[in-house]
Ligand binder design. Structure first.
Ligand code: GDP
Length: 327
């Protein structure tokens, strides 16, 4: 692919062509170093056309009903005339070789719709790398004119934090199980939520109502994330398409609250700068470890730190003394 191909690809993405978008995502997902300059040229061309979508993060444990929920919500959004893209961050896909979320039968009805674009998680690399590629794909979906971009993740590792760091509204999907709110609190994910939704309310409305009030209590104990918004708790049944209108209305209310309060541009700006520093940190760390003199001395110095013979501060100074950027 040469420069004119990149220009043509950018034009295809902007025209909303699904094949061009899929190709563009494959390019930004590529881990081949020779693809990077073209991926960056593409992103730079499309940056001015990004930022218009509603970015919604959805997280929850395997089996909570994420794909059922996203399919039902997605079909509802399509009925409102919206175009929807669904992306995923699944850090399990490179550890086990198989994705927790990625099998092909997920969201079968939604995937048949022309106004919906569904892309499984990129695989390979660490969580930071996977999340970074999903962020770039999110920008591409915006340039392609999607009104709503959903980024889905399973609650493994730090993936919730990564997804909360790239969306405007973070929705936590939960089961009506006693004690689940304590798990979520312990893991620190409730703090990230702009909205908690208790799914499978059809199984036991009483259990769902109880879980709702327990989450409300848990959220009440936490500091409000924004002066303009206190995270509400809703119940729904994704399977029976009940309660989804209320969920979407709440997402829109959240949007209005953070837009009117002026938080949205500030939030996105903060997320972009955080992303920049995460990339700089990661890149510098890699450069440092790959530097020949550092790489040569690292096992010996690291062993000395492990044995307790050398203080980490002194070890760090010794390694830094060996590091000559650009070598
Ligand atoms: P995911 O792993 O979080 O994506 O969960 P799935 O969407 O695959 O759902 C897991 C199981 O829960 C499936 O058998 C769904 O049919 C079922 N399920 C999802 N939502 C509901 C619901 O609202 N009510 C009931 N009774 N079952 C549901």
């Amino acid at each position: 692919m040469n420069d004119s191909d990149v220009t043509a690809l950018a034009a295809g993405v902007q025209a909303g062509e699904r094949r061009a978008l899929a190709q563009a995502i494959t390019l930004v997902e590529s881990t081949h170093p020779h693809d990077r300059p073209r991926a960056e040229a593409l992103l730079t061309t499309l940056m001015p056309h990004t930022g218009q979508a509603i970015r919604l993060g959805i997280s929850g444990a395997p089996g909570v009903g994420k794909s059922t929920f996203i399919e039902a919500l997605g079909l509802y959004l399509l009925s409102l005339g919206q175009r929807l893209a669904v992306l995923a961050v699944d850090p399990s896909s490179q550890r086990t070789g198989g994705s927790i979320m990625g099998d092909k039968t997920r969201m079968e009805l939604l995937s048949r719709e022309l106004a919906a674009f569904i892309r499984p998680s990129p695989s390979g690399g660490n969580l930071g790398g996977v999340a970074s590629r999903t962020r770039e794909s999110l920008l591409l979906c915006e340039a392609a004119g999607y009104d709503v971009v959903i980024v889905e993740t399973v609650g493994v590792g730090q993936s919730e934090t990564a997804v909360a760091g790239m969306v405007d509204c973070f929705l936590l999907l939960q089961l009506p199980n006693a004690g689940d709110e304590l798990q979520a609190l312990k893991k620190g994910v409730v703090e990230l939520a702009d909205l908690v939704v208790v799914n499978k309310a059809d199984i036991s409305p009483t259990a769902a109502a109880l879980a709702k009030s327990q989450f409300e209590l848990a959220l009440h104990l936490l500091q409000p994330v924004s002066a303009h918004w206190s995270p509400p708790v809703l119940t729904c049944s994704a399977l029976h398409q009940q309660g989804l209108t209320a969920v979407w209305d709440t997402v829109m209310r959240h949007r209005a609250a953070i837009t009117d309060g002026g938080d949205l541009p500030a939030k996105r700006a903060r997320q972009a700068v955080d992303w920049l520093w995460a990339l700089v940190n990661e890149q510098l760390r890699q450069d440092f470890r790959r530097h020949p003199a550092v790489a040569e001395a690292l096992p010996r110095i690291s062993d000395a730190v492990t044995r307790g013979d050398l203080s980490p501060t002194v070890a760090c100074r010794q390694l830094r003394a060996l590091y000559r950027p650009g070598e």
